[in-house]
Design a binder for this molecule. Structure first.
Ligand SMILES: [Zn+2]
Length: 66
């Protein structure tokens, strides 16, 4: 499944927790907060970023359930 996000959307979006810019992780299908002190990663489902803190994970933590 390919991920296609509107570049304009990326410019508009900001992390809801810290309001930093976001970068796209295409392999993980996530939007990752650029703030090192925040680092939340928001899932992208059907090309729609889920900008909810409740849905985000901490990208600084390596998942252990792999
Ligand atoms: Zn953030």
């Amino acid at each position: 499944m390919s991920l296609e996000l509107d570049p304009l959307l990326l410019e508009i979006l900001a992390c809801p927790r810290c309001h930093s810019n976001l970068s796209v992780d295409y392999e993980a299908a996530e939007l990752v907060c650029n703030s090192l002190s925040c680092g939340l990663a928001y899932p992208i489902r059907n090309n729609i970023p889920i900008m909810l803190i409740d849905e985000a994970r901490d990208s600084r933590v390596i998942p252990t359930d792999a």
